[in-house]
Design a protein around this ligand. Sequence first.
Ligand code: NAI
Length: 245
Amino acid sequence: MEEIRYALVTGGSRGIGKAVAVRLAKDGYKVLINYVSNEDAAKTALEAVREAGSDGELIRFDVADPAASAEAIQAWQSKHPGEVISVLVNNAGIRNDNLMMRMNYEDWKKVIDITLDGFYNTTKPLLKGMISNRWGRIINIASLSGIRGMAGQTNYSAAKGGLISATKALAQEIAKRNITVNAVAPGFIRTDMTEDLPQDELRKMIPSGRFGEAEEVADLVAFLASENASYITGEVISINGGLYT
Ligand code: NAI
């Protein structure tokens, strides 16, 4: 009998997170869709997971809140004794762009808290289960900004750069346990997050001549989550249409 495999996708109600949830559902995962406030969007994402042939649940918490994250994950675990969330996709993130000169502390802190503390708050409570199960996949959605830094995004670049380093460190700690930890670094992807950007202008800088699609990122995440990617860990894989420093 095949065991039930669970994946948790943070910020899974729209954009890249939703596409990842649907893609992992196609691979047979039951998907826990994390969201903070938009329950309708989360329900729509869950419907899409079901249409993809699997099932899932909604799990509401703010990834920046350590107590709320631990509590929600613990509550799920209590309802599912013996089950393990073996794939974690740390996808929740926000942009709050401004030049450093004009950036206020709240804009700095919020971006760091959601991306970097968010990584800690969801990864830490799930590690034990993965370790005792001797199998796991942690995939962190970073950004090109976290590799090369981007003017106007000191906060976001710091958060994503930190996430990349955390990926590399944790990968070394748990590689022997058959758990891989990788980061995916998208360039410009067409989602709500990039809706306000001047696409026509930016397209000219991208060798592929277009923004990427959330589904393209989801395919990469699904590969990293698969058995085929067992020997890839501590890596940062760019998906950016050729756009680089
Ligand atoms: P999006 O804005 O559509 O999705 C972000 C998701 O994170 C939303 O579902 C949002 O509700 C959720 N979220 C925000 N704060 C949260 C919190 N405190 N707790 C739980 N969930 C929270 O944007 P998109 O593009 O789908 O972004 C997904 C990830 O990809 C983000 O980490 C983003 O930084 C990253 N990324 C996106 C790129 C793009 O061009 N769209 C490029 C590089 C990275």
